[in-house]
Design a protein around this ligand. Structure first.
Ligand code: BTN
Length: 220
């Protein structure tokens, strides 16, 4: 799929600009310099000062899209020798500090895939940024193109297998607030073929379809 990239200046959120694209041509990408009301998953704010990468892409809705995009962002950062890993489902972390986030909203059969990457500054103490984690220099556009290329999964790639390799949640003690608002704590056993997180709490095994995940232990 070819991309049509539209650069905008200061916007409320690229998600809102992308939603207004008419007709909603697949592959359209909205990239902003600054977002005044950048948003994250589950009502979180995404601080969006100048210098970060803020993009929303129109893609076809499909299963595993959220994991596929997470893999693409993590791989693009790994090419810069950044040790990027995925906290389920698609927070991109470097040594437990957040470097990028992904928000997927829908409009009919279209997914509005929002990607935010901290490039040259760290909006929160518990975050990190590209410039801090690598010696390589890369422009925001180059990083965006690298991510876009990787979102196109090579034919036959087993995305779940790749995702499991990049996922730093497996094997950890976790607390999840599910999409329905329920809290689940336990040990993250793995990811099933549908991308769901499997959590063991005592003798109870939970299959989590969507939610906000916190790692409760330090990991290896
Ligand atoms: C998260 O980690 O909770 C997801 C963050 C997603 C942020 C991006 S920045 C581009 C797009 N526009 C938004 O308002 N949010 C997404």
């Amino acid at each position: 799929m070819s991309n049509r990239i539209v650069h905008v200046g200061r916007v409320s959120s690229t998600q809102d600009v992308a939603r207004e694209v008419n007709p909603p041509k697949l592959g359209t990408v909205i990239v902003a310099e600054v977002q005044e009301n950048g948003r994250g998953r589950y009502g979180h704010v995404w601080l969006s000062p100048r210098g970060g990468l803020y993009a929303s892409i129109l893609l076809r809705r499909e299963q595993l899209l959220s994991l596929r995009v997470g893999v693409a962002v993590a791989r693009a950062l790994q090419e810069l020798e950044i040790d990027a890993r995925l906290k389920w489902p698609n927070d991109v972390l470097v040594h437990e500090k957040k470097i990028a986030g992904i928000l997927i909203e829908t409009s009919g059969e279209i997914a509005i895939v929002g990607i935010g990457v901290n490039v040259d500054s760290v909006p929160l103490p518990e975050a990190t940024c590209v410039e801090r984690e690598t010696e390589w220099s890369i422009t925001r556009d180059e990083l965006l193109y690298s991510i876009l290329r990787k979102i196109e999964t090579p034919c036959g790639e087993d995305i779940i297998k790749t995702y499991r390799e990049l996922c730093c949640t497996i094997g950890r003690k976790v607390r999840i607030i599910t999409a329905a608002g329920k809290e689940v704590m336990g040990n993250a056993l793995g990811i099933d073929r549908d991308g769901h997180l499997l959590v063991l709490n005592g003798k109870n095994k939970h299959m989590i379809v969507g939610g906000d995940c916190v790692h409760l232990d330090a990991g290896d």
